[in-house]
Design a protein around this ligand. Structure first.
Ligand code: SF4
Length: 322
């Protein structure tokens, strides 16, 4: 057996925190909490308090991150969850070294409010660090209504930092959501979270990501979602198409064969040359999303980083549509 190094070695040495019937939780050491993004991203840093995600979305692109830890079976991603240790201490140290205006996105690879968070509160511990900060530019992306547990803390963070909460809702169809996102909260619970966040004065938007060809990409489906998002108090709405890396294809294609057999062939064709869809499809979808957004008076993104606007203010009062 080859000698384990780096993150694979750390994963092998991780201590067991808890085990449920299907899921095991471990604690893993982390060298850093802030991860630098590639150029041209809308934010400079990402934070993912957990490795792996119990929600188990069939299309999840982040499964490859478990391969770095020596786990080749894509399903390990949803059954072996690693909570990062000592995150607040490391984060405080790292924040001192970065530009205050840099964008920081929480929950880009795994959901920060997945079931593990209820018990281990690693995301909450990170937000407590940001509640002591000033002038940071933050976003949180989640599919979980557990985010409402932290409303008071989020308000504290938003008082002196620019904070946007992105709630992901791919469909309003409960049955479809259950099939595609088996352990994620129901769409109506996510909409209720949008409402609660909005009523608390927080900046909140809805992303129907990933938009799935022939499954959730119809005008009717996206329009209904945008209308419901707007009604719940979302301020912005935007989305992009599914991309399917090989590790995601290994789970998603068999899922299609089982549940949507007529779509299996067309999907294999669509993704025959790579993980991304072609420019024509992307342009059509972009136009559709813009049209729907305008129809419902939704912005494309949260308020820009403009310290002169928010100095001494509650963030929620600054957003023009709110
Ligand atoms: S919630 Fe996000 S990270 Fe978790 S399984 Fe679904 S797509 Fe992956």
């Amino acid at each position: 057996m080859p000698e384990l190094i780096g993150i694979a070695k750390m994963a092998a040495q991780s201590g067991l925190l808890e085990a449920k019937s299907q899921v095991e939780y471990f604690e893993i050491g982390a060298r850093s909490i802030l991860n630098r993004t590639k150029p041209n991203m809308p934010f400079e840093w990402t934070i993912n308090p957990y490795r792996g995600c119990e929600f188990g979305c069939q299309y999840c692109y982040a499964r490859y991150t478990h391969e770095f830890m020596g786990m080749e079976d894509g399903r390990d991603f949803e059954s072996k969850i690693y909570a990062k240790a000592a995150a607040p201490e490391i984060l405080r140290r790292e924040l001192r070294k970065i530009d205050r205006a840099d964008g920081i996105a929480i929950g880009t690879a795994t959901d920060p409010y997945q079931p593990a968070e209820r018990r281990f509160e690693r995301t909450r511990a990170i937000l407590e660090v940001f509640a002591q900060e000033k002038g940071r530019r933050l976003s949180i992306t989640t599919k979980s209504d557990l985010v409402t547990r932290d409303i008071d803390l989020l308000r504290e963070v938003a008082r002196r930092n620019v904070l946007a909460v992105n709630i992901t809702i791919t469909t309003l169809n409960q049955r479809l959501a259950r099939l595609m996102e088996p352990r994620a909260p129901r769409p109506d619970l996510r909409l209720a979270a949008v409402r609660a966040l909005s009523e608390a004065g927080l900046t909140v938007g809805v992303f129907p990501n990933p938009i799935l060809p022939m499954i959730t990409d119809s005008e009717e489906s996206l329009d209904a979602l945008a209308a419901a998002a707007r009604q719940a108090g979302a301020q912005y709405f935007g989305g992009g198409p599914l991309f399917l890396m090989p590790c995601a294809q290994k789970i998603f294609f068999p899922f299609l064969e089982q549940r949507f057999p007529k779509l299996a062939g067309p999907y294999r064709k669509l993704y025959a040359t790579g993980a991304y869809l072609g420019p024509d499809y992307k342009a059509r979808l972009r136009d559709l999303v813009v049209r729907i957004r305008e129809r419902h008076g939704l912005a494309s993104a949260p308020v820009e980083y403009r310290p002169e606007l928010w100095e001494g203010e509650e963030q929620g009062t600054l957003f023009p549509i709110h």
